[in-house]
Design a protein around this ligand. Structure first.
Ligand SMILES: [Zn+2]
Ligand SMILES: [Zn+2]
Length: 345
């Protein structure tokens, strides 16, 4: 089969090559035909050498949907022909962490696909722990409709859950990238009454407004963020803040915007250490939560898409044939702010 391989010793770091088709190696595995996949910033981080856990010579990609073509002997919930959304985290469902819902720290799984083992950017993929890692796609939605369920939509939902939104809350989301935008739609679904999105890209802020994902926008380059926050929150600060940007100053911004006794949820990936200035935040009584996504809500999210409550379709701004995946990667790495996610067929 054709596959996109990460090769850290090659000039381009990626190569489209012919490799052997995957086989079942564990009775809990399934093999799926990849129907649609997408490129994630984490794929780019691997190529750039920022992911020490990544193995050389693996097939990249962890955002995808597909059709089951073969199942191992111990797979009980899936059969050949099933349409499935893939969780970017493979997890056993039985270890200490899995039993408590903390699947990101599964003792036998984690972020493996497209990082430690072969992933999505190929014609076929082997999925460990298929019964827990794969979710059936409802009949009325397409492979593309379900494309982001296992990664960025789960991250947005995880972020919105993190800040424990109460009905009527007035929340802020820093970063209008794909995860920030998914956080908006999930925050609204979970009961936030007012949502403010903060980003330095006016184009991205406009996308959030155009899709009715937020009520207000703040651009720190042109707006007085402190004044705007006072206006929008009756001088209290936001009832919860999601930090989905990972910029140089965005962590500091996050806790400053939060009202006393609220939760700051951090789903951003930082390139540098961040400072927690405890003397300055003394008495503000904040709770900080951090995390790589525990993507345990895929089934629920698929149902919400099926019922038309949420949709991630607008995130797809370009489509490519899989054969042109090298071009897609090159464009993705130099893309404009308005180019959000690509779909590969
Ligand atoms: Zn990802
Ligand atoms: Zn586990």
């Amino acid at each position: 089969m054709k596959a996109l391989i990460y090769n850290k010793n090659s000039d381009n770091k990626i190569e489209l090559k012919e490799i052997a088709d995957p086989k079942i190696i564990n009775p809990k595995d399934a093999i799926i035909k990849v129907e649609v996949s997408s490129i994630c910033t984490s794929d780019i981080h691997i190529i750039q050498g920022y992911v020490p856990a990544a193995n050389n010579n693996i097939v990249l990609g962890h955002e995808f949907t597909g059709t089951v073509i073969e199942t191992g002997e111990q797979v009980t919930k899936l059969k050949k022909g099933d349409r499935v959304a893939v969780n970017c985290i493979t997890f056993c469902g039985e270890c200490y962490f899995c039993k408590r819902g903390y699947i990101n720290n599964c003792q036998y799984g984690g972020w493996e696909l497209g990082c430690k083992i072969n992933g999505a950017h190929a014609e076929y993929a082997r999925i460990p722990y298929a019964d827990t890692t794969l979710n059936l796609i409802p009949d009325n939605i397409s492979f593309e409709n379900a494309l982001f369920v296992g990664d960025i939509l789960s991250s947005g939902y995880f972020a919105a859950k993190m800040i424990e939104i109460q009905k009527g809350d007035n929340v802020a989301i820093i970063g209008a990238g794909p995860v920030g935008l998914c956080s908006c739609m999930c925050a609204k679904y979970l009961g936030a009454e007012k949502i403010t999105v903060i980003d330095i890209s006016q184009e991205r802020l406009q996308i959030a407004l155009n899709h009715s994902l937020c009520d207000y926008i703040i651009n720190p380059l042109t707006d007085n963020i402190e004044e705007r926050t006072k206006e929008l929150t009756d001088k209290r600060g936001f009832d919860g803040v999601i930090e989905a940007a990972g910029g140089k100053d965005t962590f500091q911004l996050a806790w400053k915007l939060a009202r006393p006794n609220s939760i700051v949820g951090i789903v951003a990936m930082y390139e540098e250490n961040q400072i927690l200035p405890l003397p300055y935040m003394y008495g503000k009584n904040l709770t900080f939560k951090t995390g790589g996504v525990d993507a345990i809500y895929c089934k629920e999210l698929l149902e919400l898409i099926s019922k038309g409550e949420i949709s991630t379709d607008f995130l797809i701004t370009r489509r490519f044939k899989f054969d042109n995946i090298i071009d897609a990667y090159n464009i993705f790495q130099n893309k404009k702010e308005t180019d959000l996610k690509f779909a590969l067929y």
